[in-house]
Structure formats: structure tokens, C-alpha cells
Write a protein that binds this ligand. Structure first.
Ligand SMILES: Cc1cc2nc3c(=O)[nH]c(=O)nc-3n(C[C@H](O)[C@H](O)[C@H](O)COP(=O)(O)OP(=O)(O)OC[C@H]3O[C@@H](n4cnc5c(N)ncnc54)[C@H](O)[C@@H]3O)c2cc1C
Length: 660
């Protein structure tokens, strides 16, 4: 229990948090897995110092060593089939990865590259011959590999890659070629130093015909030397993650056997006939990429957990650091007793809890789909959309939270020993890799506008605009009409059509109705704008481009609604007691601060009066005061190993001047 408590508001009974109980709730069904990773992190805690003390070369070697040693504990192979030495549990592998984000993030990303990207591509895109050839060795780290998709010329637009794999029927080989300078592979993790093998994404050409992007296993290094025809260059020092060896790769007519094609979804016969069970090239491409969704789920979870480290440090500091005699002549005030400090940190703690539970939902869906429990086309599309959305919001949250926490620790936050330097530098790129966040939110919007229709897979962006305007627009407009919205909330909230003025500010149904209204209104607005543009005869691409800010806003509103739903569901599922009360406070704080931060929109659209908007801000202040005494317990419940917090002078030891 935290001992520093502000006076509770009158009539309010403050809940007491049982920290181990809350940790158990947060850890969920994979508590054992998370604890194994926590133990490993503590054992390798010196890596946080080594990140600062070693040269880049030495640090890269050290990171590799730690990754391979951690692999020996089984923590990095949990998602692979048991017959190859894996754990056979996809959910467990997500839990392990998320927890690893409490530690050094070069280790995390190296694990992600080796086991998630490289291993994941072999597992998901390959067939038994590839599994037999590579999985056992890659799971132990004996065989290091990389995932070479991005090129200097194209990152987000994977379908436009320039590398070509031409089938040579005479030798029954593929010839891999970097066709132009901008077709060189770039930013590829593990490429500059450690990878012996690459999964290379290239345009497949068979008999002079292009069949689109496919993946091939290509040896790139023999010992320390690049293989013949392969040129590798180091990407050099980066903003962060310098324990990962990112590099560029060029291929000069590199020949690999026909079996190098990862052929789960398409194959080329020895005679040079291209075969695939999926006729439509777009659908085939998106089906292939869809199998790699796990990486996105992992990075989103990692961003959320990195935020926990920052918040744990800043909160612990704020209940020890005193500045100015504000309420007493004898003693300076604790930072966390200042209203502004509460306003800065506590809504971020609430949002972190919200995102944690949303992440739990997406991780479970991933587990169910990829374990074959619920696997149909529609569920897969929904999973991909949710994974994209949670990744975007989770990683943006990390960037924002870590900065706020750094500032909340003042000058001390700037010292490397106190973690924020590495946290900021290493998490920054989470918003870009595994899919740029803005590009991902467009994917989310595309699913919403087409309602994950079967045509969804076949559509490129222009096709999607046409589809929306021709067929789906009426449905979307009808579905999102204000009238329908009112009908849906009428039974749930008092006040009839004035529900938004009458409902209690702390009623979860009110919060949900507000976020649903915003989402549906924004989505309907996008559909109407697209239709208007097309009806006026404008170019579909220009129309889409002109409404893109609305597209992103609608997708963001959709994902925030999903996040709130996940939190509300979690709170409702708890038995009555203090944990439920505490989580309820956080849920209200998350919901109201989300509404508050978009209050201009709600006011513009008639859903918030000036008085009610002010009342919401007052209520947030009240909730912060209630959460304040619980803050330390709330961050302790994340169970970040103390060794990972580092920050010896911020989380322990004397700081506050004694009372005068
Ligand atoms: C440290 C690091 C490690 C990486 N590791 C790997 C790896 O191991 N393997 C690998 O294959 N790749 C890797 N990448 C590459 C990474 O996945 C790409 O950088 C990412 O997909 C973005 O592509 P891009 O850099 O080409 O950006 P771009 O696609 O050029 O995007 C630049 C900006 O343009 C915006 N934009 C793009 N398209 C649109 C659009 N249609 N509408 C509006 N705005 C748009 C984006 O939002 C973004 O802000 C890594 C990158 C880094 C930095």
C-alpha cells in the first residue's frame, strides 16, 4: 500500500489495492510466462549499463549473446510448434514478448527480428520442408536470420517493391536481383552483422510474367563474409536500438533452388508453371501479409509496457520529490499532490490500463485465430484491423507518455541512469516499423468503410474508393445516421434524445455512447465526402487524399471506442470489491479524459454543452484526487522488476529535503 495519501473527498470510501491480486489480474493466464521473463530480465540487468558503456560493435555482440541465452530458457520460442522445440502456444509468445519490453529494447527488437519476423515468416509462409530445414536451429539461435522486406524506395507500399526473383526453368532456380539502386533492401534488422539467411520479399517472375510479391529463403552470409553476389552495408548509428545491426542488402543475380520459395500460398512447378489456390493476386498478397500480423500485436504490446516503465519511475519519484511550500510552512509539497502533476500522470496511468486490457483482447483473438479455434475470413480481417489499430494507439501512447514522464522528473529525468534516454530513443521508431501508424489507421478505416466485405481483400486504394462510393456508402450512411444512434442509446440511458445532457457523467453507458457517436458520425462523414467527390466526377485518388484527415480521425475514434469497451468489459467482469472500485475510477478517468481531449469536436457536433464540458473537466480533477492515493499501487501492480527501473535516486534513497 502507498503511504502518502491526500485527504479523501468527503463521503468517499477509498479502496485499498491488493497489489499481488491486481498483478495476477493483469498478468492473466500467462502469469508464469511473464514471471519467467521477469526473472531473466533481472538476471541480465547489466545490459542496461552495457548499452551505455560498450562500443556499438561490442554492444551488438552482447545483445546477440543475451538473446541466444534467453532462447535457451524457452522464452523466445513459445509460439513455435513443439515438434521443433517450441512451446506450441501463440498467446504465451505474445505475453513473453510484451514482458521483455520492461528491459533493454535492443534485446527486445533483436528477439522480434529473429523469432517474430524471420522465424514467423518461415513458419507462416513456408511449408513442412522449410519448417524441417530451419525451425529447430532458428529457435535456439544457432541459425540467425533476417526479414528483408523494406527497400530504400518502398517501405509502406510493399506491393511496389523492386527486387525481382526470376524463375530459370533450365536450372530450376530463382535468380534474385536488385534491379535499381532504390530496390536495395534497407533498415533490415540482423543484416549488418549476424544473419546468415534472409527471407527476401521480391516480385516473382515466371515465364516473363509477374506474379506479384513472394518470399524466398536466401543465404546471405557464410561465416562473416557475404555470399557470392550479395553485398551488405551497415545502416550505421541510429537514434536508438543500437544493439541491433540494421543493414542494406543488394543481390546481383543470386541463384537459389526452386524450393527456396516459401510456398504455402503459391508455388512454381519444376516446368515453370505458377500455381496458387488463391486466384486473385491482391487477395493472395494480403493473405500472405495477414499471416504476419503477430509482429504488429507484439510491437503494440511492447509500446504499452515500455510506457509502464516510464510511469512507474515518474510516479515513484512524484511521491518522494518535494518542491515549494504550497500547503504548509513546514514542509515542501510532494509533486504528486500538485493538481497539475496529477493531471499529467494519472490520466496516462488510466490510459495505460485501458490499452493493457485492449491489448489482452487482441492477443487472445490472435491466439484463437492462429490456433485454429475461430478462423474464418471475417474474423481474420477483424483481427488484422484491431491489431493495426492497437499497435498505432499503443506506440503513440508510448512516445507521448515517456516524454511526459521525463519532464515530470525534471532534470533528473534527463540523466541516462534514470532510463528515459534509452526509453525515448529506443521506442521512438515503434510508431514506424511493423507498419507506419498513419498507414495502419488507413487500413483500419478501409475495413470499417467496406465492413470487411469479401471484396475487401481484392481492393487496392482506388478500388476501395469506388467500392465505398458505389455500394457501401448507403449502408455506411444509413448505419451511422444520428437517428439510428439515438434509437440505440434510448433504452440504455435516461433522457431520451437528450441522453447526452441528462446521463450521469460517471455512467459507462454514457461514455460508450459518446465514443460510439463520435465514431459513427466521423465514419458517416467520410463516406458522404467520398460519395460527394466521386459524384462530382473527381479523380478517386484525389477525393480520398482530400478526406484523409477525416479517415484517420474516424479510425482513431473507432480504436478508442474498442479500447474503452475492453476496459468497461474488464471492470464489469470483476467481483465486487476494492479492485473493481479502483479499476472503475481508472476507467472513468480514461473515458472522460478521452472525451475532454476531443471536446471541441463534441461541441462542434452538438453533443457537449459548455456547462457539461466544464463539468467533465471538474470531474476529471475529482477523479485524479481519488486516484492519487492509489497511484503507487497502480504502477507497482505492473510488476516491472526493480532492476529494470534503474533510477536509484528517483525510486529509492533520500531526495525530499527534510521538514523544517
Ligand atoms: C530501426 C528500424 C528497423 C527496421 N527493421 C526492418 C526489418 O527488419 N525488416 C524490414 O523489412 N523492414 C524494417 N524496417 C523498415 C520499416 O518497416 C519501414 O521503415 C516502415 O514500414 C515505413 O516505411 P518507409 O520508411 O519507407 O516510410 P514511408 O512509407 O516512406 O512513409 C513516410 C511517411 O509518409 C507517410 N505515408 C506513407 N504512405 C502514405 C499514404 N498513402 N498516405 C498518407 N501518408 C503516407 C507515412 O505515414 C510516413 O509518415 C525497419 C525500420 C527501422 C527504422
Amino acid at each position: 500500500m502507498a503511504t502518502d495519501t491526500a485527504a479523501p473527498p468527503t463521503g468517499y470510501v477509498q479502496p485499498e489495492i491488493d497489489v499481488p491480486e491486481l498483478t495476477a489480474l493483469l498478468d492473466g493466464r500467462y502469469a508464469d510466462v511473464r514471471n519467467l521473463v521477469r526473472t531473466n530480465l533481472a538476471e541480465y540487468a547489466s545490459i542496461l549499463d552495457e548499452a551505455e558503456d560498450l562500443s556499438i560493435d561490442d554492444f551488438r555482440e552482447r545483445v546477440k549473446e543475451v538473446v541466444v541465452e534467453m532462447a535457451a530458457t524457452g522464452q523466445t520460442g513459445m509460439g513455435f510448434p513443439e515438434e521443433y522445440g517450441g512451446g506450441g502456444d501463440i498467446g504465451a509468445s505474445i505475453a513473453a514478448f510484451e514482458t521483455l519490453a520492461y528491459g533493454d529494447l535492443s534485446v527486445l527488437v533483436k528477439v522480434g527480428v529473429q523469432f517474430g519476423l524471420f522465424g514467423g515468416a518461415i513458419l507462416q509462409l513456408g511449408t513442412k520442408q522449410h519448417h524441417d530445414a530451419y525451425l529447430s536451429d532458428l529457435i535456439t539461435g544457432k541459425l540467425m536470420g533476417c526479414f528483408a522486406m523494406t527497400e530504400t524506395g518502398h517501405g509502406s507500399n510493399v506491393q511496389a517493391l523492386g527486387t525481382v526473383a526470376r524463375y530459370d526453368v533450365d536450372t530450376q532456380e530463382f535468380v534474385i536481383t536488385t534491379t535499381t539502386e532504390s530496390a536495395r533492401k534497407d533498415y533490415i534488422g540482423n543484416a549488418a552483422r549476424h544473419a546468415e539467411v534472409a527471407v527476401v520479399f521480391a516480385q516473382l517472375e515466371v515465364g516473363g510474367r509477374s506474379e506479384g510479391v513472394h518470399a524466398f529463403v536466401v543465404p546471405i552470409r557464410d561465416g562473416r563474409e557475404p555470399c557470392p553476389g550479395v553485398r551488405i552495408e551497415d545502416d550505421g548509428r541510429k537514434m536508438g536500438l543500437n544493439g541491433v545491426d540494421n543493414g542494406r542488402i543488394w543481390f546481383d543475380e543470386v541463384r537459389v533452388p526452386r524450393t527456396a520459395l516459401l510456398n504455402r500460398f503459391a508455388d512454381v512447378t519444376p516446368e515453370g508453371v505458377y500455381e496458387s489456390a488463391i486466384d486473385n493476386p491482391n487477395r493472395r498478397f494480403f493473405t500472405m501479409l495477414g499471416t504476419l500480423v503477430q509482429g504488429r500485436v507484439c510491437v503494440g504490446g511492447a509500446g504499452i509496457n515500455a510506457s509502464k516503465v516510464a510511469l512507474a519511475i515518474a510516479t515513484k519519484y512524484a511521491v518522494r520529490r518535494r518542491q515549494f511550500e504550497a500547503t504548509s510552512d513546514e514542509q515542501e509539497e510532494l509533486l504528486l499532490d500538485y493538481g497539475m502533476h496529477q493531471r499529467r500522470l494519472l490520466p496516462l496511468i488510466a490510459r495505460t490500463y485501458a490499452l493493457h486490457f485492449a491489448q489482452e483482447v487482441v492477443a487472445l483473438q490472435l491466439h484463437d485465430v492462429f490456433s485454429g479455434h475461430t478462423d474464418d475470413e471475417h474474423t481474420r480481417r477483424e483481427l488484422e484491423s484491431r491489431a493495426a489499430g492497437t499497435k498505432a494507439l499503443g506506440t503513440w501512447h508510448a512516445t507521448r507518455t515517456i516524454q511526459e514522464c521525463r519532464e515530470a522528473c525534471g532534470g533528473a529525468g534527463y540523466l541516462s541512469i534514470n532510463r528515459f534516454a534509452a526509453l525515448k530513443a529506443d521506442t521512438d521508431v515503434f510508431t514506424t516499423f511493423e507498419g507506419d501508424n498513419h498507414v495502419l489507421l488507413q487500413l483500419v478505416a478501409k475495413g470499417l468503410l467496406t465492413d470487411y466485405a469479401s471484396e475487401f481483400q481484392d481492393l487496392d486504394q482506388l478500388g476501395m474508393v469506388r467500392f465505398v462510393t458505389n455500394l457501401a456508402v448507403e449502408t455506411v450512411i444509413e448505419r451511422t445516421s444520428v437517428h439510428k444512434m439515438f434509437e440505440r442509446v434510448r433504452d440504455l440511458l435516461p433522457g431520451g434524445d437528450s441522453w447526452d445532457q441528462e446521463a450521469g457523467l460517471l455512467d459507462s453507458e454514457y461514455h460508450l455512447a459518446m465514443l460510439r457517436f463520435r465514431e459513427e458520425h466521423m465514419l458517416g462523414g467520410v463516406a458522404r465526402r467520398l460519395k460527394r467527390g466521386i459524384d462530382q466526377g473527381s479523380n478517386p485518388g484525389e477525393v480520398f487524399s482530400a478526406v484523409q484527415d477525416h479517415v484517420i480521425a474516424a479510425a482513431n475514434a473507432h480504436v478508442e471506442r474498442l479500447v474503452l469497451e475492453a476496459f468497461v468489459d474488464k471492470v464489469r467482469a470483476q467481483p465486487d470489491g476494492d479492485t473493481k472500485v479502483a479499476l472503475g475510477l481508472l476507467c472513468d478517468l480514461f473515458a472522460l479524459s478521452t472525451i475532454e481531449s476531443d471536446r471541441a469536436w463534441f461541441m462542434e457536433h452538438g453533443r457537449l454543452t459548455v456547462q457539461r464540458s466544464k463539468a467533465i473537466s471538474r470531474e476529471i480533477g475529482g477523479l485524479c484526487r481519488k486516484v492519487r492515493p492509489l497511484a503507487v499501487d497502480l504502477v507497482d501492480a505492473w510488476a516491472v522488476p526493480p532492476e529494470m527501473l534503474r533510477s536509484p535516486d528517483l525510486v529509492a534513497g533520500p531526495i525530499a529535503p527534510p521538514a523544517t
